[in-house]
Design a protein around this ligand. Structure first.
Ligand SMILES: [Zn+2]
Length: 203
C-alpha cells in the first residue's frame, strides 16, 4: 500500500490483468483519478464512459472507456457507498481564484501534469476530466448540481482492473474551500495498492 499524501498526486503502473485499489482511509477524501494507456496515448474519458454506460458515474461491472470508446479498465469492487463523480473537471488555479483564494493553491491539474512528466510521458496539452472517486455531486431533476461531502466510510475502497497496461494517476484533491472533502474541509491522504493478476494455475 502506498500513500498519496494530502494535496499531492502520484502515478502507478498497472499491468494488464492487475488491479489498482484506491482506499479512502478517513472516508472524507476525494481521489481525482486518471486512467491512461501509455501505448496508445488514450485516456479514460468521462464523457465517453457516460455515453457507453448510460449513467452519470460508473458502477461495479461497468468499464471505463477511452476517448476512442475502447474499454481500458473494469470497475470491479466498491465498498464506498457507490457515489462518485464524472461531471466536474480537475481543480486548478483558476477554480481557486473564482472561489476567492489569492496566491498559489495546490491543485489536481498541476498534480496530474507533474505526475505525467515524472512518468516520462509527453504533456497531453490539456488535463482530461478525471474520474472523481468518492466525490459526491448530487443533482436535481432541474439540472442543478451541488458540492457535498463524500458518503464513503473510513477504510472503504474501489478496485479497477486493467484491461491492458495502464498508468493510473491519483490526486488527493486539495479542495478546502467547498465541502467535497468533508464538512470540516480538511484535506487527507489517499492509499493506493497495485495488486497483481492471479498466478496462472492458481485458483
Ligand atoms: Zn482537486
Amino acid at each position: 500500500m502506498q500513500t498519496v499524501e494530502a494535496r499531492t498526486g502520484s502515478s502507478f503502473r498497472v499491468p494488464a490483468g492487475a488491479s489498482v485499489k484506491i482506499v479512502n482511509p478517513h472516508g472524507t477524501q476525494v481521489a481525482d483519478t486518471w486512467v491512461l494507456s501509455p501505448k496508445t496515448r488514450e485516456w479514460a474519458s468521462m464523457a465517453h464512459t457516460r455515453a457507453a454506460t448510460g449513467r452519470l458515474f460508473p458502477k461495479v461491472g461497468d468499464h471505463l472507456f477511452s476517448n476512442t470508446r475502447r474499454p481500458l479498465a473494469e470497475f470491479t469492487e466498491d465498498t464506498s457507498g457507490g457515489i462518485h463523480d464524472t461531471l466536474i473537471p480537475a481543480c486548478d488555479l483558476s477554480r481557486y481564484e473564482m472561489l476567492g483564494h489569492v496566491g498559489h493553491h495546490d491543485n489536481c491539474a498541476e498534480n496530474f501534469t507533474t505526475a505525467l512528466a515524472e512518468e516520462g510521458l509527453a504533456d497531453l496539452g490539456f488535463v482530461p476530466d478525471p474520474f472523481n472517486v468518492f466525490m459526491n455531486v448530487p443533482w436535481t431533476a432541474g439540472g442543478e448540481i451541488d458540492f457535498a461531502p463524500p458518503v464513503s466510510s473510513p477504510g472503504s475502497y474501489i478496485l479497477l482492473r486493467a484491461l491492458e497496461d495502464l498508468i493510473v494517476i491519483v490526486s488527493a484533491c486539495p479542495q478546502d474551500l467547498v465541502p467535497v472533502n468533508g464538512s470540516l474541509q480538511e484535506t487527507k491522504e489517499i492509499l493506493v495498492d497495485v495488486q497483481g493478476p492471479p498466478e496462472p494455475g492458481r485458483s
